[in-house]
Design a protein around this ligand. Structure first.
Ligand code: TTP
Ligand code: MG
Ligand code: MG
Length: 446
């Protein structure tokens, strides 16, 4: 996870109109969420167009080009096979799910396969039972990345304010782009869909709404190849009937806890008092739940900018206890530190504020951080300081989430980093974040 310096949104700072001109009304915020349809599977269908319309499941490993060609040459020795002739591979050549045994998991499936109930994260053995005739293909990460870059650059040529949210999805600020207000954004959405289809051969679905939260939900309304346009007035009719799980930020645990209070739909969540939610889910998460249920979300679309911090966090399968699950927590903690260190190193950053985040089984959150005297991207150094932070939080309740963050970032090759030589930590450490635990000398728990 990358936190970035947020550039000012144009709509947040309306300029005074030039003298003599009538002030123009600030256009309403229109934010789009765009998500590619059955992405990994669609990428394979570009290579094998003969499989269009058939149930195809992606899973079970990486694609190895030479293997496919070698097998083709063996099966059909009378034909010449190359990358260029893959569209002529007979459909019968492809392996079927039927009879699959193993522990593989489906990463995604074409919409034809979804009609049988097959979907992302499903075990392939179960998928084989539901749809034995489905074709099983491995993923080609290089091609996925190439197409990912291609569809994103197609978007930024039309609408430059784009936030990258992963391999197959982005947010786009439509507010000031030509066509971005016409029919609530539908005109621009159509243009982008068409341009992506022309550039990549793939379809996507787009939701346009007053903010990211609603746009993200709206992009799913009419998948595949759909456009959904929502206004604030649609929140009650289109969002409130949905399950709370449709809100990006409510996972299975929060869903279960809400269900314990008979809250299953977004509308039922909206009906609860904000104070009640804060009492039961903590100050920040409770307030956020209330905002989300009412469709309130002010987050800007964040384009390229310098990251201010990098973090990794994980929500546990089951809530863990600091003493009873010490070994498991220790392993996870070390891994998070290693992941943040690897993120920093890969992106060329170092930081000197190291922090932790815990969420307890009652959903309350605690964070602590500590600033050291030099910049680092070293997993051991991060682990050591993060471990110090851990000594300053209560660890009696079970934990559902653990996170590690490194902030105060500068580029590893910057002057600032070179001018800050490593110093002894015990002398240089300053602390921030409230609430030291009374016994500072208590040994590290995990
Ligand atoms: P998604 O956008 O969630 O799914 P999708 O594009 O396959 O299908 P949809 O039309 O519903 O958007 O994820 C994008 C890609 O990320 C997906 O093609 C495969 C990969 N992926 C995983 O590797 N593991 C997962 O658990 C999920 C959900 C996706
Ligand atoms: Mg997708
Ligand atoms: Mg996606």
């Amino acid at each position: 996870m990358l936190d970035r310096v947020t550039p000012a949104t144009p709509s947040a700072t309306p300029l005074a109109p030039p003298p003599g001109k009538a002030p123009e009304a600030t256009p309403p915020r229109r934010i789009a969420h765009l998500d590619m349809d059955a992405f990994f599977a669609s990428v394979e269908l570009l290579r094998y167009p003969q499989l269009k319309g058939l149930p195809v499941v992606i899973g079970g490993g990486r694609r190895r080009e030479d293997d496919v060609l070698a097998r083709l040459r063996e099966t059909y020795p009378d034909r010449a096979w190359s990358e260029a002739t893959l569209d002529r591979v007979p459909v019968d050549f492809f392996p079927r799910l039927s009879g699959y045994t193993g522990r593989g998991v489906a990463t995604t499936a074409t919409y034809a396969a979804r009609q049988f109930g097959v979907g992302s994260a499903m075990g392939l053995m179960k998928a084989a039972r539901l749809c034995p005739q489905a074709i099983l293909l491995p993923v080609d990460f290089d091609e996925v990345r190439r197409i990912s870059r291609l569809f994103k650059s197609t978007i930024t040529e039309i609408a430059p304010q784009m936030e990258d949210r992963g391999v197959d999805e982005v947010y786009i600020d439509f507010t000031h782009v030509p066509g971005g207000q016409r029919e609530g954004g539908r005109v621009l959405a159509r243009l982008i869909q068409k341009s992506i289809l022309d550039a990549t051969g793939l379809t996507c679905s787009i939701g346009v709404a007053p903010n990211k939260l609603i746009a993200k939900m709206a992009s799913e309304f009419d998948k595949p190849n759909g456009i959904s346009v929502l206004t604030e007035a649609d929140v009650q009719t289109r969002i409130w009937p949905l399950s709370v799980r449709k809100i990006n930020g409510i996972g299975p645990k929060a869903e279960a806890r809400l269900a314990g209070f008979d809250i299953r739909t977004v509308g039922e969540l909206a009906a609860r008092e904000r104070d009640w939610l804060v009492d039961h889910f903590g100050k920040s998460y409770g307030a956020w739940l209330n905002d989300a249920a009412w469709g309130r979300d002010e987050r800007p679309v964040v384009t390229e900018s310098e990251p201010v911090s990098m973090s990794r966090e994980t929500t546990f399968e089951r809530d863990l206890h600091a003493v009873r699950d010490k070994a498991e927590l220790g392993t996870v903690f070390t891994r998070l530190c290693e992941q943040v260190a690897a993120d920093l190193q890969r992106k060329g950053y170092v930081g000197k504020t190291i922090g932790i985040k815990l969420r307890y089984d009652d959903f309350k959150t605690a964070t602590r951080d500590q600033t050291i005297g030099h910049f680092t991207a070293d997993a051991k150094a991060i682990r050591q300081t993060a471990g110090q932070c851990l000594k300053r939080v209560p660890l009696t309740r079970r934990l559902r989430l653990l996170g590690v963050r490194v902030g105060n970032l500068v580029k590893a090759d910057s002057e600032e980093n070179r001018l800050s030589p490593p110093v002894s930590w015990s002398q240089s450490a300053t602390t921030s974040g409230a609430g030291r635990r009374p016994d500072e000398s208590e040994p590290e728990l995990f």
